[in-house]
Design a protein around this ligand. Sequence first.
Ligand SMILES: O=C(O)c1ccccc1NCC(=O)[C@H](O)[C@H](O)COP(=O)(O)O
Length: 276
Amino acid sequence: MNANEDKLAPEVRSILAAARERSGGGATVDVDARSFPVAVRAAEADGRVPVVAEVKPTSPTTEGERTDDPVALAEEMVAGGATALSVLTEPEHFGGSTENLRRIREAVDVPVLRKDFVVREAQLDAVASDLVLLIARFLDEPGTDSLAALYETAEARGSQPLVEVHTREELERALDVGAEIVGVNNRDLGELEVDLGTFERLAPDVPDDVTLLAESGVTSVDDVRRMRRAGADALLIGTAIMDGDVRANTERLTGVEAEKGRRGDATVTHTGSDTR
Ligand SMILES: O=C(O)c1ccccc1NCC(=O)[C@H](O)[C@H](O)COP(=O)(O)O
């Protein structure tokens, strides 16, 4: 174990060990990606808060596992106004799979993020996705490929890399590789504690032309407003959407529910938008 790994929560060390062992894909993927920045602009124009809703069956910080059909959950999220979807493909700790992502991407029109702990270039070929998560903290470490190499390879496959950061040093590394989509994770992967102040502290240092996401710990409409005030172009929300009625939760957090109330109209339904 290296010095950096020593600082990670045991659950995260276990996630990372499993990620290092996971094999890559077979054939090189070639993605005709649905543009995330275009989808974000379309949601704004439509009066919805841009939300990336996460299909997250379980996690180290969640009790129990949601076993509904992931495609049905994804369709409910899109109907509730989600701009994009995030799909966990990590099997051992999050109950995800690449097959879930493949089926969901086939069923919906919005951009789909592959949420996993990708540490080697070959792993990018496990499944085609519009966006792929690259976690700065886990890269440029012994036993992993570099952030720069993974970024370049993801783009060469046609995917849009979302570089996740938690500290100013990680943000600098993300900007150094030319990241156009950056996520600030409010969850500290060392302690697994969530602090929305993390986003507020880092957001001012992110250039305006970067599409900026606030990730993790957003549980209420007040949290959504707080992250938007701090500069979030979009929010990535898992637990608060997965816990209960997925469509109603998405409608509440995207502002679709409030819009329905204003119109006295129960028929506002979203089907996604053309983002190619
Ligand atoms: O969610 C966890 O328990 C977790 C534990 C260890 C590493 C990563 C973890 N989550 C990954 C994520 O990035 C979140 O699923 C995502 O940001 C959504 O967070 P939330 O809205 O708080 O569910």
